[in-house]
Design a protein around this ligand. Structure first.
Ligand code: NCD
Ligand code: ZN
Length: 377
């Protein structure tokens, strides 16, 4: 947690925090303002080419840094490709932006451990990503058998490069809603037993099983990102009055009890959990199709959604930990020095339903009220 005073004003008087009368007053008062170090997005898809230039400003507007996923076509599998991709991201930034993209190596069955370690030593790679082959968008070149990469994981353990994991098994006989829980049992637990010093982020967790598994580990060795959509909708959202392709992502959203477990985990401020939007834009026609792609575009609404979730859980005191501190600490990076103040408007915000380039933007099933008021650089 930050020293007292950095989180300036939640619209509550400290004296109102205990006792039944205090609860009544708290419920009656609406928090109005919160000041935290600028948040980072520890999991985002910025894509490439025309899409890159339209989505980068939406991430750079809100976040100081982001872990940029490498599942391009072709994937970012070498440090030279990562350096070039990073330059394209920087070139797409709005003038004056100080946004910092943090690059990730896409692991394949043939990953060159020497290039990965050298890229990490040069500051090109911040982490490496494990996509089980066939698990999600652009994962065809991913890993077919994790045991083939034991030498890579050994090198990553030594050089302390975090392994980011898309935690789903893809076997046909495993129900799509069980893929994450089965992955933890069959793949992740044995992998961690083989490489006890490997530092791992289980990305975009979606289940109570994942929350419990991560909670039991040393937070310096195992952490998890949580998305705004997994915090705000359950699987009913995909079938509300018909098939809703814009609510389809992987790992797929789960039952309400899982959403609640994620909400408790994120809102606890526990250092195992931090913000990762998994914002994953696809052209509208690719989503609204007979075989629509997985991925939800939420960069424009993500922060407002997270803030609303924390407010509804009466947990704004823990928002800084989740959005601006836990991730930086896991990645051993300094907290951002810029302080951002968010304010709650009395009336719901009007948010655009689609981006300028026509990508449908995620809207949670509740009104949004929080927006940035000011920055102190
Ligand atoms: C992501 C994408 O579109 O790149 N899709 C998604 O549903 N989350 C890939 C991923 O993170 O799984
Ligand atoms: Zn992702």
């Amino acid at each position: 947690m930050l020293p007292a005073g950095v989180i300036a004003d939640h619209g509550r008087h400290p004296g109102f925090r205990t006792g039944p009368a205090a609860c009544y007053i708290l419920a009656a008062m609406k928090s109005s303002q919160i000041t935290i170090p600028q948040p980072d997005d520890w999991h985002v898809h910025l894509r490439d080419d025309a899409m890159l230039s339209t989505v980068v400003p939406d991430t750079a507007r809100h976040f100081a840094r982001a872990i940029v996923m490498p599942n391009l076509k072709p994937a970012i599998t070498h440090s030279a490709a990562a350096a070039e991709y990073r330059a394209r991201i920087l070139a797409a930034l709005p003038r004056g932006s100080t946004f910092e993209p943090l690059m990730v190596c896409y692991l394949t069955d043939h990953t060159d451990a020497t290039d990965l370690s050298a890229g990490a030593a040069q500051g090109i790679f911040t982490a490496a990503k494990l996509y089980p082959a066939g698990a999600t968008t652009n994962s065809a070149a991913g890993v077919t058998d994790v045991t083939k990469l034991d030498n890579v994981f050994e090198a990553m353990s030594v050089s302390q490069v975090p392994l980011l994991v898309h935690g789903e098994v893809v076997d046909d006989d495993i129900d799509v809603f069980d893929r994450e829980a089965v992955f933890i049992e069959r793949i992740l637990a044995p992998l961690r037993a083989r490489h006890p010093q490997l530092r791992i982020v289980l990305e975009h967790i979606t289940t109570a099983e994942a929350v419990a598994y991560v909670a039991a580990a040393d937070p310096d060795l195992l952490a998890a990102t949580i998305t705004p959509h997994h915090l705000s909708v359950n699987r009913n959202a995909m079938f509300q009055g018909g098939l809703r392709p814009h609510m389809y992502c992987l790992p797929i959203v789960k039952r309400e009890r899982h959403r609640r477990a994620l909400e408790s985990a994120a809102c606890s401020g526990d250092s195992h959990y931090f913000l990762g939007t998994d914002s994953a834009p696809h052209p509208r026609a690719d989503k609204e199709s007979a075989c629509g792609c997985a991925g939800i575009y939420n960069s424009p609404t993500a922060l407002a959604t997270y803030l609303e979730v924390f407010e509804r859980a009466n947990a704004l005191d823990n928002f800084s930990a989740f959005a601006a501190e836990n991730g930086a600490r896991f990645y051993r990076l300094p907290l951002n020095e810029t302080l951002v103040t968010y304010t709650r408007s009395q009336t719901p915000l009007e948010t655009a339903p689609v981006s300028e380039s026509g990508v449908v933007i995620f809207q949670p099933p509740f009104a949004l009220h929080w927006q940035e008021l000011k920055r102190d650089v």
